[in-house]
Design a protein around this ligand. Structure first.
Ligand code: ADP
Ligand code: MG
Length: 246
């Protein structure tokens, strides 16, 4: 199988703080990897390294065949990776002065040189795909949180990404809107999208993940199939964490 993400012995510091410790992690094409762990354990930093939002100090990281060197960031790889990796954050980060449709058209036009009509077609197709085709001409603030997050997913998909990164995409949502966002992510997974997902939604992780990774203080201390990690965790840290959240 082809690896989309390949990390070997990766270390990351914020000043004196050793945030990621000797991370070995691969994500195969089509695989869904869910990252769990306590607040502050390094989950966001880990996935931010994957699309070059954070530099790292040592080790190796290759994303879809593009190597990122420690510290330097390798500008050419970075440019390629930004085109190929979609990211969805806890905060939707939509442009408030653009309509929903314009938000989605922006990247195809700027990065992929799509024409106005091509970009429009892409936007309409993706808005339908995430179930909000009828909201295209509204401004983001006129949408619910769940709808805004679905727009953010559509916007990431507009780049036709090879990998999607999700960092707690439902954590800022009212409970009744979490399901509609998870549904979209579940569909994406079914269609074969390669995904790394940081989430506290253990039901989703159990159902959708091919592999679950538990991080404790910057180190991967457990990984495996969801049923194994959730029902029979081997590491005492994982056991303690799961007994708090399940
Ligand atoms: P998680 O997403 O698991 O909550 P993070 O990756 O956000 O954890 O953070 C891991 C650790 O790194 C925490 O101790 C956090 O305070 C620290 N940290 C995160 N971002 C920065 C930053 N930009 N500068 C300094 N420390 C940071
Ligand atoms: Mg985080």
């Amino acid at each position: 199988m082809t690896d989309i993400v390949n990390m070997k012995g990766m270390n990351k510091y914020f000043g004196p703080l050793h945030v990621l410790k000797e991370i070995d992690l691969t994500v195969a094409k089509g695989e869904v990897v869910v990252v769990i762990g306590a607040s502050g354990s390094g989950k966001s930093t880990l996935i931010r390294c994957v699309n070059g939002l954070e530099e790292f100090e040592s080790g190796e990281l290759t994303v879809d065949g593009h190597p990122l060197a420690p510290r330097s960031g390798n500008p050419q790889s970075l440019a390629e990776i930004r085109k190929e990796v979609g990211m969805v954050f806890q905060q939707f980060n939509l442009f408030p002065h653009l309509t929903v449709k314009q938000n989605i058209m922006l990247a195809p036009k700027k990065v992929k040189d799509a024409s106005q009509s091509e970009a429009s077609e892409i936007a309409e197709r993706l808005l339908n795909r995430v179930g909000i085709g009828n909201q295209a001409d509204k401004y983001p603030t006129h949408l619910s949180g769940g709808q805004q997050q679905r727009v953010a997913i559509a916007r990431a998909l507009a780049m036709d990404p090879r990998l999607m990164l999700f960092d707690e995409p439902t954590s800022a949502l009212d409970p009744e809107m979490i399901g509609e966002v998870l549904d979209v992510m579940r569909e994406l997974a079914k269609e074969g999208m390669t995904m790394m997902v940081v989430t506290h939604e253990m039901g989703f992780a159990r159902e959708v993940a091919d592999r679950v990774i538990y991080i404790h203080e910057g180190r991967i201390v457990e990984e495996g199939k969801p049923a194994d990690v959730f029902d029979n965790p081997q590491n005492e840290r994982t056991q303690a964490f799961l007994s708090r959240v399940l």
